[in-house]
Structure formats: structure tokens, C-alpha cells
Design a protein around this ligand. Structure first.
Ligand code: NAP
Length: 449
């Protein structure tokens, strides 16, 4: 039976690769989930008979559209927009929009696929989806970003809705973009449908803590992992890659818990600041001025800009990759292990290559996979939807308490599931199985649709 299950998994994976040619990131995300599922399918053969995995790997709907807009010189520009509505067994599709030149269907599918299991792990009633565009907001004026967002929403609006599909932010989509997107939706539909999008400003339907949620949640999940070994953040050296939304609030929370965050980065290089990153200055440079990490270094005498090597060369106790996918490879992992890293947690989606994950696991380093560790963002989006539905606005303290309880719950679910399936401490396996089980049961219950 075990061998039969394994060959079935291989066959389904082959089919995923054949049906989605050239989509390497999606293949990688599917493989990582498949690698965990053999014990589940062995224990519950009705998932195999019900073709649950085949159904979950095929998006319910994929939308690709043209996004025309005028730049400030009056030139017509054309970008491509995507929305992959992957799985709605547990609730309306929910997942962010990414605006980055690297975006293509394979990236959106990998993110949407991860989102199904992540959303399931949160315990909230939300399905999985993701979208975005190959548009690059960096270096564009506010007016150009507004024109682009309005054009993007002029197509997207017909596919979304509070009971259908609820987008949010991701790389390149922050509060400014969410505002322009929501504004255009409201204008076209003539409806103030707050829960159609999350990550809104707090004065117009947003939730306190949503901005901080992914970074804070990643640190809270990591705290729970450290606690299983009698450790915590106090006095630890931490390295955080990126300096965007997730990274900034991961730095803020880690430092609030007594750690010193000694490095962060952006796509132009990384900064080492042995006195600890000055979060207020980083926010000013990144959130207000939309500058580069070099601008931070110019104003911070204790900081140095590194232009060669990798941020993962900086020795630390805890590493939090919070930037793009596949930025931490096996060599980086070996360096981190050699420098004595105790815990690694993914604030970003799939930032660690499978080979690097294996290095950490073999070295008995605590490893928190993104679908568990960064689920605080989408969970707080679901809390934003709850507040919108009840026309209510919660306090910061209450919302943060809810976030903390959700992250503790996710940690417990992953740890207990890993233990139940014979791999204690393996959070990758625990997250994949716990996330899958809930979706699989709903897929079976709803029939062949
Ligand atoms: P963001 O605010 O746009 O920030 C992205 C950061 O990554 C920027 O500092 C960016 O630098 C940096 N970056 C991009 N490419 C890089 C590279 N090659 N090397 C080093 N740094 C690089 O996006 P975000 O919302 O923080 O998202 C970061 C990650 O978290 C993504 O994987 C996203 O999917 C995941 N995530 C986000 C949320 C959320 O709520 N926002 C929730 C769950 C997961 P530049 O400015 O130079 O490009």
C-alpha cells in the first residue's frame, strides 16, 4: 500500500508538471506539499479514491488580462494582469496581489497554491487565491501608480466580491495601491463593499495591526518554536532579509522582544548595523521616502552597506528571510549552520530552497515554513473582513491578542500533527498535513464540482 501511495503521488506530480509547463515555482511548491503527504494518503485512502490532490492542484479559475495605462510622458504602456482563483472549498478565494517585473503565471500559481494550505491553517473560513502583474511600481510617480491600479481594477472588479474573491497586498502592493484599487472598485460598482479587499487604511475600513501582522506573526511563530527548546528572542542576534512590509515589522517585533536585529536588505544590497536596526529610520526611508537601504546607511553612523557576499554570511541566532522566493540556498544554509543559527522562519513565501531546508533539518535547526510562519497577515485580513461585516473597529490591543492566539494555534496544530505522523519537530510536514486535511475534507464534502 505504501509503495502504491508513493507511485500515485509521483504520477500526480508528473501530471502537474506536464499540465503546467515552464512554471518552475509552482512545481516546486507542489513538490514540497507532495513530499509530506504520503503518510496521510496511506492513512486515509478515500482521499486517493476521491482524487482530492488532483482536484486541489487544478485552479478553479485562472484569469489573465491586458492592463493598458498612460505613463507621465503620455506613452501607452501595456502590462499583464493575473488572478488565479485556486480553491474555494473553505471560503471565498483570499490572497494578495503582487506587482513586480518577475511576475508570470508560474509565480502566481505557486503563491495561490501555498495560500490554500496557509489559509486552512489559520482556522479562518477562507479559500486560496493570488494575483498580480508584471508592473513595477518602483520609480513610478504616484499618478502613474494610480492610473495603473485603476486600469487593473477595471478588469479585475468583475471577478471579485466579498463572497467571491478578496484580494490584498503583497510585494509592490501596499497601502497606496490598495487605496487606488479599492477606490476604482467603489467607483465602478457604486458599492462601498469594504470586505472586497483587505489592507485598507484604518480610517476607511482597514484593521489596526494589519500592516504589522505578517512580520509580527512571523516573530510570534518563531517565539513559539524557540519556546519548545526553552529559548526566546531576548538577547539574540537576528538577521532579517528585505526591508519591505514584512521585514520592517518582523524587525520591530523581534527588537520589542529583546533581540538585536543586525542586518536587513533590499534588492540593491544589505546593511549590517551591529547596534541594531533603527526601525524608525528604516520606516522613514522605506515607507515614507521609498528610498534604498543605502539611504539608511548614509544617516546611520553604526551601519555599513555591503555590496558583495550575502546577508546570510552575517552570523546570527535567528534568521528571518522576508524578501523574495528562493533567496536562501544550501550554501547560505550551511554558512548559517556553521555560524550557529538556532532557528530560521520564513516571513516570505518559499524564500528557502528545498536543499537549504534539508540542511537546516539535518542540523536540527528549528525551521518554520512560510505557510505557517507568515500566516498572520492573511489571518488578520480575515479579522479585517470580520470587522467590516459587523461595521466595527477593534482596538490595537484586542486585534494583536487575536493575532497572537492565531499564531499560537497554528504552531500547536503544526507541532501536534508532525508528532502524530511520526516526525516531531518537523514543521514543514506538520504544516502541509494539517493544512491539507481540512481542505481535503471540505473538497470531499462538497462533491465533485
Ligand atoms: P514589499 O513590501 O514589497 O517588500 C519586499 C522586499 O523584498 C523589499 O525590501 C524588496 O527590495 C526586497 N527584495 C526584493 N527582491 C529582492 C532581492 N532579490 N534581494 C533582496 N531583497 C529583495 O513586500 P512584502 O509584503 O514585505 O513581501 C515580502 C515577502 O513576504 C513576499 O514573499 C510575500 O509574498 C510574503 N508575504 C507577504 C505578506 C504581506 O502581508 N505583505 C503576507 C504573507 C507573505 P526592493 O525594494 O529593492 O525591491
Amino acid at each position: 500500500m505504501r509503495r502504491q501511495v508513493e507511485s500515485k503521488l509521483k504520477a500526480i506530480y508528473r501530471q502537474v508538471v506536464e499540465r503546467n509547463p515552464g512554471e518552475a515555482e509552482f512545481h516546486q511548491a507542489a513538490r514540497e506539499v507532495f513530499d509530506s503527504l504520503a503518510p496521510v494518503l496511506h492513512k486515509h485512502p478515500h482521499y486517493v479514491d476521491g482524487a482530492v490532490l488532483e482536484r486541489v492542484c487544478e485552479p478553479e479559475r485562472q484569469i489573465i488580462f491586458r492592463v493598458p495605462w498612460f505613463d507621465d510622458e503620455g506613452q501607452i504602456r501595456i502590462n499583464r494582469g493575473f488572478r488565479v482563483e485556486f480553491n474555494s472549498a473553505l471560503g471565498p478565494y483570499k490572497g494578495g496581489l503582487r506587482f513586480h517585473p518577475s511576475v508570470y503565471l508560474g509565480i502566481i500559481k505557486f503563491l495561490g497554491f501555498e495560500q490554500i494550505f496557509k489559509n486552512s491553517l489559520t482556522g479562518m473560513p477562507i479559500g486560496g487565491g493570488k494575483g498580480g502583474s508584471d508592473f513595477d511600481p518602483r520609480g513610478r510617480s504616484d499618478r502613474e501608480v494610480m492610473r495603473f491600479c485603476q486600469s487593473f481594477m477595471t478588469e479585475l472588479y468583475r471577478h471579485i466580491g466579498e463572497y467571491i474573491d478578496v484580494p490584498a497586498g503583497d510585494i509592490g502592493v501596499g497601502g497606496r495601491e490598495i487605496g487606488y484599487l479599492f477606490g476604482q472598485y467603489k467607483r465602478i460598482t457604486n458599492r462601498y463593499e469594504s470586505s472586497v479587499i483587505t489592507g485598507k487604511g484604518v480610517t476607511w475600513g482597514g484593521s489596526l495591526v494589519r500592516t504589522e501582522a505578517t512580520g509580527y506573526g512571523t516573530v510570534l511563530f518563531t517565539s513559539e518554536m524557540l519556546r519548545t527548546r526553552g529559548q526566546d528572542f531576548d538577547g539574540r542576534r537576528v538577521v532579517v532579509s528585505g526591508s519591505g512590509n514584512v521585514a520592517i515589522y518582523a524587525i520591530e517585533k523581534a527588537q520589542a522582544l529583546g533581540a538585536t536585529v543586525v542586518a536587513c536588505s533590499d534588492s540593491s544590497g544589505y546593511v549590517v548595523d551591529d547596534e541594531g536596526i533603527d526601525v524608525a529610520l528604516l520606516k522613514q526611508v522605506k515607507e515614507v521616502e521609498r528610498g534604498r537601504v543605502a539611504d539608511y546607511v548614509e544617516r546611520r553612523p553604526s551601519a555599513k552597506l555591503a555590496s558583495n557576499g550575502s546577508i546570510w554570511d552575517v552570523s546570527c541566532d535567528v534568521a528571518l528571510p522576508c524578501a523574495p522566493q528562493n533567496e536562501l540556498n544550501a550554501d547560505h544554509a550551511a554558512t548559517l549552520v556553521g555560524n550557529g543559527v538556532q532557528a530560521v522562519s520564513e516571513g516570505a513565501n518559499m524564500p528557502t530552497t528545498p536543499e537549504a531546508v534539508a540542511v537546516f533539518q539535518q542540523a536540527n535547526v528549528l525551521f518554520g515554513p512560510g505557510k505557517a510562519a507568515n500566516a498572520g497577515g492573511v489571518a488578520t485580513s480575515a479579522l479585517e473582513m470580520q470587522q467590516n461585516a459587523s461595521r466595527d473597529a477593534w482596538t490595537f490591543e484586542h486585534t494583536e491578542e487575536r493575532l497572537a492566539a492565531i499564531m499560537t494555534g497554528i504552531h500547536t496544530r503544526c507541532a501536534e500533527t508532525a508528532e502524530e505522523y511520526g516526525h516531531p519537530g518537523n514543521y514543514v510536514l506538520g504544516a502541509n498535513i494539517a493544512g491539507f486535511l481540512k481542505v481535503a475534507d471540505a473538497v470531499i464534502a462538497l462533491g465533485v464540482i
